[in-house]
Design a protein around this ligand. Structure first.
Ligand code: URA
Length: 434
């Protein structure tokens, strides 16, 4: 079939044959199907969706557009975690050493932050010397020898996704469940995992605004994993406020180390433990979630998790002294309290607005070419349910460049919703699907 006929068939709601999908995507990577033809195709998918058979073929074609790593020479059940993205989400930094300290090898290929969400790679690079650009042979070796390795996407893994994601970003076709699911799963399946834990965020700051959509996305990804012979578990988690108390790269590294010492805020600790416990069960290092929780408690108490993080940092070129003594991480020139103009209970914190405020301070990128300042960001002095009086701090901003400080203050103040009564407590993990 010519590209025109394939697009027309999808537009008219016909089911495409796997071979047709494969040929269309392969031709796109080669440049024989043009960007404008693929734009029409993704828009047709946006409206028509993909059947389970089409989705399987689409994901497989994306996955096999590049190298698919085989880590079977490394012992153990390799398990990774993927999160659909949040503000203040530093879970990967603590989860990888925790899982590795319990014997689950973690091959993790992560992304950079763009827009209001932060990226694991940018956070890791706040540790002096830490390298995320290791080549695949080193990645392989560190998964085997250290038990975890965290690197960036390479040009050889799922190249179809790289090209397609950039196109979707400018053609209003990012928020389409089959395209999100195939994009995420093609990258994760390429990194050499045996099993995967998904953290699908729900709420104002997330891709999925409703529980129904989050459930559909999770089920779609679980289905793709199943078809490829990988076990996938998903937790649907609340994203109605930033996670933990910090937003900003070095500040988040500090909080992650505090988590490994058992000294981090309850929400961040709980989410990390819930996701890592699932990894321990999938990785056959615990029979039940309760047993996994007990083991995680042990490696926090006996220091093994923190030592594993030092080992990972050293193996990837970073300076472990900077996380042994947290005052050696990059620090901003000054701190500024951003105070509340009114009193009341915090009834909501718009994560996206906080993320954008952090970006205005220099903690994130507006465009891919922007340079990040690792030292800047926020410590949230008030979270959901806390009381604040007029004149008291909502957040402490860590600042190097004051040029946009007025805008930052304005964004932070408008991110906080205050009310006369404390809101009802919501649990962080809303649902578990497998
Ligand atoms: N994250 C991805 O990797 N892909 C998407 O399509 C959306 C979020």
């Amino acid at each position: 079939m010519r590209p025109y006929e394939v697009i027309k068939a999808k537009r008219d709601g016909l089911e495409l044959e796997p071979a047709v999908i494969r040929s269309f995507l392969d031709s796109y990577v080669k440049g024989d199907v043009t960007d404008y033809q693929m734009s029409a195709m993704t828009m047709a998918i946006f409206f028509r969706g993909l059947s389970a058979r089409e989705l399987g073929a689409w994901t497989r074609a994306m996955l096999e557009s590049g190298e698919v790593l085989d880590l079977s020479d490394s012992p153990g059940v390799k398990v990774d975690k993927h999160s659909t993205g949040g503000v203040g989400d530093k879970v990967s930094l603590s989860l990888a050493p925790l899982a590795a300290a319990c014997g689950v090898p973690v091959p993790m290929i992560s992304g950079r932050g763009l827009g209001h969400t932060g990226g694991t790679l940018d956070k890791l690079e706040a540790i002096p010397g830490f390298r995320v650009d290791l080549q695949i042979p080193d990645y392989r070796r560190l998964v085997r020898e250290v038990g975890a390795c965290l690197i960036g996407q390479t040009a050889t893994l799922a190249p179809a996704d790289k090209k397609l994601y950039a196109l979707r970003d400018v053609t209003a076709t990012v928020d389409c469940i089959p395209l999100i699911a195939s994009s995420i799963m093609s990258k994760k399946l390429a990194e050499g995992i045996d099993a995967l834990v998904l953290d699908v965020k729900v709420g104002s700051g997330a891709f999925m605004k409703t529980l129904d959509d989050a459930r559909t996305l999770a089920r779609t990804m679980i289905g793709i994993g199943g078809e490829m012979g990988k076990q996938v578990v998903a937790l649907l988690t609340d994203m109605d406020q930033p996670l933990g108390r910090t937003v900003g790269n070095a500040l988040e590294v500090k909080e992650a180390v505090e988590m490994l010492r058992g000294q981090a805020p309850a929400d961040y600790t709980e989410l990390t433990l819930a996701l890592t416990a699932e990894m321990l069960v999938l990785g056959k290092q615990a029979r039940t979630i309760d047993e996994a929780r007990t083991r995680l408690g042990e490696v926090i108490r006996n220091g093994a998790a923190e030592r594993k993080f030092h080992e990972i940092v050293r193996a990837q070129g970073g300076d472990p002294a900077a996380i042994a003594d947290l005052s050696r991480l990059p620090r901003a020139a000054k701190t500024v309290a951003i105070t509340s103009e009114r009193g009341g209970f915090v009834t909501g914190i718009d994560s996206e607005a906080i993320g954008l405020a952090a970006m205005a301070l220099g903690a994130g990128r507006e465009k891919t070419s922007d340079v990040i300042d690792p030292a800047v960001g926020f410590v949230l002095e008030r979270k959901l349910g806390d009381r604040v009086a007029a004149g008291e701090a909502l957040v402490t901003a860590h600042v190097n460049d004051e040029r946009r400080l007025d805008e930052v203050k304005q964004r932070v103040r408008s991110a906080y919703r205050l009310g006369a009564d404390a809101p009802a407590r919501r649990s962080l993990v809303l649902e578990r699907l497998s």
